[in-house]
Design a binder for this molecule. Sequence first.
Ligand code: NDP
Length: 304
Amino acid sequence: MENMVIIGSGPAGLTAAIYSARAGLKPVVLEGIQPGGQLVITNLIENYPGFLDGIDGPTLMMTLRSQAERFGARLKSGEVTAVDFRRKPFQVVVDGGEALEAKTIIIATGASAIYLGLESEQALIGRGVSACATCDAALYRDKAVAVVGGGDTAMEEALFLARFASRVTIIHRRDQFRASKIMIERVLKNPKIQVLWNSVVIEVLDVVRREVVGLRLKHIQTGAISDLPVEGLFVAIGHRPNTEPFAGQVATDKTGYILTDHTRTNIPGVFAAGDVQDPEYRQAITAAGSGCMAALEAERYLNA
Ligand code: NDP
């Protein structure tokens, strides 16, 4: 039986691993489908303290990973498909097969991009529709693309795309962005970026479901319909917590975020850290901070 199983390997999971490994708990970290979490598909992180010129996401995550291993954390690949928190020790099923038993659990499974939910959009994911500019921007060199959303993610995606694309159109459903001021200023100053306010995408246009050729838009106030020729659509409208394997096992809010008191869930011995329990801040540094808190609280629980 393990002292601790940490589910997820983003900044929350790996910081929990560093702290609990240093406390001699020999934690097992289950890395999940995207080892390193969302930061591995992030370009330059400029607001993580300690890096004057910023640091790229994959480098930060590889460093955290090595740091956790150096202190004795055991990283295992695999995705958690089911859990049983009603019995002790807790049980965690990996890839539908092997079951691990643990005295404490830290859930740090993060969040995933939300799509618009249009049938035409779903049919074209990977063929012109994307939720990751860092992954796909280079495919759109000298092409026109659009970004949907008005938060920091949308601004970041648009700025990154503008390095490659001929034109970037941000489509936003209101007449003001919710992103931070510095990001809005950078976007509005960029000559390659234009904004269509009060507009929504109602259909992704394509050639027999092969490639995106444009977007059908609706103006929210006038109801006017128009077509925008683009070859790529980047959806940046927020994220959903990755809590499917924990359904019914741990208390969540109505959108699926795990409810925590500090990092304690409603099940003693089960803790949650990072984006999976944080609909508000969702920053790499807050995720790392809550990973530290979860490790300290789990250690206290084990010593009580
Ligand atoms: P947000 O929730 O902040 O923004 C989502 C945006 O998408 C909003 O503008 C929202 O519109 C719009 N939207 C939501 N649903 C739809 C829909 N169905 N159709 C059209 N538009 C829709 O998410 P983000 O991912 O941008 O940011 C999440 C958090 O991460 C924030 O706290 C942000 O500050 C942080 N972040 C920080 C970064 C940084 O500091 N470098 C980089 C990226 C993210 P509306 O405004 O009308 O609600």
